[in-house]
Design a protein around this ligand. Structure first.
Ligand code: AMP
Length: 114
């Protein structure tokens, strides 16, 4: 059964502004953007809680995530981007279904982790 909020977006149980979807990946706009471009890239599997688990368990999927971030930056910015993986509650992680924040443009003060 799907449990994470991101799985509910993947399953279309809750709405999101989806910008890209493949067999194994989905990307949608962050509901609380901290930069002019702020898009989350999320592997569809919820087997991995964070990027460390993903890197150990499926490095190919991590590489696919990075390539997806590049594609998003090309489509929504100038091809250059910040890629942030909050890892652990004290870093600011709130959703324990691995995801990357793709950011472009000026970051808001105090945003994304502490
Ligand atoms: P993190 O704090 O790194 O775990 O990132 C979780 C991100 O998910 C936050 O930036 C939230 O604003 C974002 N978020 C939470 N719920 C939704 C949603 N329903 N649609 C889009 N983004 C969301």
């Amino acid at each position: 059964m799907s449990t994470s909020i991101f799985s509910r977006i993947i399953d279309r149980e809750i709405p999101a502004d989806i910008v890209l979807e493949t067999d194994r990946m989905i990307a949608f706009r962050d509901i609380a953007p901290k930069a002019p471009v702020h898009i989350l890239v999320v592997p569809k599997t919820e087997d991995y809680a964070n990027v460390v688990e993903l890197a150990a368990g499926d490095p190919q999927l991590l590489a696919e995530l990075v390539a997806t971030a590049q594609q998003i930056a090309e489509e929504h910015a100038n091809g250059e981007f910040r890629l942030i993986f909050n890892t652990g509650p004290s870093s600011g992680q709130t959703v324990f279904h691995v995801h990357a924040h793709v950011l472009s443009g000026a970051l808001e003060e105090g945003s994304l982790g502490r």
